[in-house]
Design a protein around this ligand. Structure first.
Ligand SMILES: [Zn+2]
Length: 413
């Protein structure tokens, strides 16, 4: 069906997109700026003109740097329910994304790849890379002075090239498809100004996963607990029997959290308590903890335990504790309860591409989970990118091609 011509188009797009500097800035995003960095408009503008030349309609870049476009349904298929494809255009700020010089390793044979920075990609240490070496895949890395930006420009290139397939093959029928490329995903603000006035779809897919086969339909339930201890301050020289130290209560509380349920002692489907900050004085001390759990009932138990431990610490030192829980995001799994077809269609598209779906729980939140909360169920598809957020980030062209084929299968009727 699709080969060679589209594959080289996919590669060409990917190489071009990663060279556009789109690093986002969480401080700026935290101050309410979107996009957090102006240069994200550079890639948005490129995508806007490409979507137009591919024949999409209503193509536009919003003031907040979201790129939107709509592929009109083939004649006679206007009644098919539309869906939206999403990917993000920014890259993470921890590693430079400026002047990316992508390196292509054709028919990669498994030798160590030594990057300019001295970093080494070795199949001995990287099982996914070893697998790609066995298949002699084409590997793309940075030169080691920057990240690569496969997260998520691989996803962007895959969506764009899948659209190119339908633009070049009018005999391939499809319903209406919407696309939305978003800024600032890496800052956690990627969905803050998502243009819901434009997006009419009732379900969507993000293309922002990793290894071939990954299919993500679950993420953590996430709450932030702020525990405030109140003590009594007096001169330390005459404090006996009077002073109540909020710092002591706070540290006692943190020590009593279950040690085997922390980020550093859990993986897979296990949840945790993560103390994030502790600050204060004798009179008042505040502890911020992140609570994470895939199960909503277990999350209620975690909240209850935080309250119990906080009150116990306060009581044993004669002070007071107040607990406030704030929801950060929810497991998107529940969002699919009424729409199992959203996942079933995707699984069928994987299988048609010869890809075995591997359901992977996301130990964090995603743009997809935020959209799901907004009532638009949104699973996440692999991109073929690996070692995200690092200088040793790499992508496999063959896996990217598979991701694009999954998208084509998903769209084609
Ligand atoms: Zn990403």
């Amino acid at each position: 069906m699709i080969k060679n011509e589209l594959t080289s188009s996919l590669l060409e797009r990917f190489l071009r997109y990663v060279q556009v500097w789109t690093t986002s800035d969480s401080n700026s995003a935290g101050r309410g700026n979107q996009p957090s960095t102006k240069n994200q408009f550079d890639l948005a503008g490129i995508l806007e003109s490409e979507l137009k030349s591919l024949g999409l309609e209503d193509v536009q870049v919003t003031d907040h740097c979201y790129v939107y476009g709509r592929l009109t349904a083939s004649k006679g298929l206007e009644k098919i329910e539309p869906f939206c494809l999403l990917a993000h255009i920014d890259t993470v700020e921890e590693v430079s994304g400026k002047d990316v010089k992508p390196q292509i390793h054709k028919n990669y044979g498994g030798e160590d790849i030594v990057l300019k920075s001295g970093d080494i990609l070795s199949p001995q240490k990287d099982l996914a890379l070893a697998e790609s070496a066995r298949n002699q895949e084409t590997i793309i890395t940075s030169d080691g002075t920057t990240l690569l930006g496969a997260d998520d420009k691989a996803g962007v290139a895959e969506i764009m090239t899948a659209l190119e397939y339908f633009s070049k093959n009018p005999q391939a029928k499809h319903g209406q498809i919407e696309v939305c490329f978003s800024p600032d995903e890496e800052t956690g603000h990627g969905m803050d100004n998502v243009p819901l006035n434009l997006i009419k779809s009732k379900y969507a897919y993000t293309v922002d996963g990793g290894h071939i086969g990954e299919l993500e339909t679950e993420c953590f339930n996430a709450f932030k607990s702020e525990v405030t201890f109140t003590g009594v301050s007096v001169h330390t020289g005459t404090a006996r029997g009077i002073l109540v130290n909020a710092i002591t209560m706070a540290s006692n509380f943190v020590t009593n959290l279950p040690r085997h349920e922390s980020p550093e002692t859990t993986s897979g489907y296990e949840g945790f308590y993560a103390p994030m900050s502790i600050e204060g004085s004798i009179e008042s001390a505040k502890v911020v903890i992140f609570l994470r759990d895939f199960d909503s009932e277990s999350m209620e138990k975690r909240k209850a335990l935080v309250e119990t431990l906080a009150k116990a610490s306060a009581a044993s030192f004669g002070g007071k504790a107040e607990v406030c829980h704030t929801q950060q995001y929810l497991n998107m799994k529940d969002g699919f309860k009424n729409r199992p077809d959203v996942i079933e269609n995707l699984v069928a598209a994987y299988k048609k591409a010869g890809v075995q779906p591997v359901f992977t729980p996301i130990r964090g939140g995603t743009d997809g989970s935020r959209l799901t909360e907004m009532g638009i169920p949104c699973p996440n598809i692999f991109t073929g990118g690996h070692n995200y957020h690092s200088r040793t980030e790499w992508a496999s062209l063959e896996q990217m091609e598979k991701a694009m084929t999954v998208l084509v299968n998903l769209i084609e009727k």
